[in-house]
Design a protein around this ligand. Structure first.
Ligand SMILES: [Zn+2]
Length: 331
């Protein structure tokens, strides 16, 4: 068993941050835009030595500007899922913020339907399982965020599998967004919350108070034993993104994923943004093996454990568990 053919579960991956560079080249060609590969990479990817949140966030404006048509949204989703399938991913939840894709004139429904079409076509063509998470944004109004929650309800079990809260965590504290998760619970929509990335344990504690079962990043939990205990006690899973955390300086120095894992915190390994971070899931797994004492068996166990947290029905969960149990046997 090697990393490439190990079946993997991806839970934290942003669509706009994971655009295939070849696909973007194709789009630019179709629009008669001349841009060298080098310039294109500069627009889409952080530099190798990025240790700065601002540089990281700047890399989302160009891809977002390209994702303003039904075709591009469809193609981007389809292409991403195919790439994931080729890397051994058997289940992926792709997230994006519908409110950032309506400036070109699309309606919310058109945006979501285009992404779902990409998901369904990929499933039909290569058999990859997955779902779409709609992100509410910290910089959007309450009205817009509630609209996204309603949209998630409308397409739940029809491609959409849950919601998330994303955006500048330090500027807009998690505490301000209780209304999103109250509504989500009322409508029985599963959710995850970005917390403990750019902000500290208060943000994580709020996410826990909002009864989340999954936290995007959550790495600052390492700063407080009580928060770590609470995460364990409440059986919460942390969606860990090692490379991204180092690039945004959420973590300076050694990443705490190994300490969290050894302490008994449930973790899943993800890239956050394949293109912006300039990494793919297999490279991320290899980085974990190279920089920690975790073994390939540990990574398989993390994947098996993650299945209990995916936003899917029991039938899908059982299918995935069987595939992963077989791979553990082969080790
Ligand atoms: Zn994220």
């Amino acid at each position: 068993m090697n990393i490439e053919n190990m079946p993997k579960i991806v839970l934290h991956l942003h669509l706009d941050g994971s655009l295939d560079i070849k696909l973007v080249e194709k789009w630019l060609k179709e629009d008669n835009v001349n841009m060298s590969l080098e310039d294109l990479k500069k627009q889409l990817q952080v530099s190798k030595d990025c240790r700065n949140l601002n540089e990281y966030l700047e890399k989302f404006s160009f891809p977002c500007s390209l994702l303003q048509t039904k075709e591009h949204l469809y193609e981007a989703t389809y292409n991403l899922l195919l790439n994931l399938h080729n890397m051994g991913v058997i289940y992926a939840e792709i997230r994006f913020a519908p409110s950032k894709h309506i400036v070109g004139g699309l309606t919310y429904d058109e945006v979501v339907k285009s992404v779902i079409k990409g998901l369904n076509t990929a499933k039909k063509d290569v058999g990859i399982f997955g779902g779409i998470i709609l992100c509410c944004m910290r910089d959007e109004s309450k009205e817009t965020n509630l609209k996204v929650v309603e949209l998630a309800k409308k397409y739940l079990n029809d491609g959409v599998c849950g919601i998330d809260l994303a955006g500048a965590e330090a500027l807009y504290p998690t505490a301000n967004f209780e209304y999103i998760f109250d509504k989500a619970r009322e409508l029985k929509i599963p959710y995850t919350i970005h917390a403990g990335e750019a902000d500290g344990i208060n943000s994580i504690n709020k996410a826990i108070e909002f009864k989340t079962k999954r936290i995007g990043h959550g790495v600052r939990a390492i700063d407080d034993i009580n928060t770590m205990n609470l995460i364990k006690e409440k059986n919460i899973l942390l969606e860990i993104c090692l490379t991204s955390n180092l690039q945004t300086e959420a973590i300076k120095g050694k990443h705490p994923l190994e300490d969290l894992y050894n302490y008994g915190v449930n973790i899943s390994i993800n890239t956050d943004n394949d293109t912006v971070s300039g990494i793919n899931i297999n490279e991320e797994y290899k980085k974990v093996l190279e920089t920690t004492n975790l073994s390939i068996q540990d990574l398989i166990k993390c994947n098996i454990n993650s299945i209990d947290y995916i936003f899917a029905n029991d039938e899908t969960k059982n299918k995935l568990k069987n595939i992963l149990a077989l791979s553990l046997d082969k080790c």
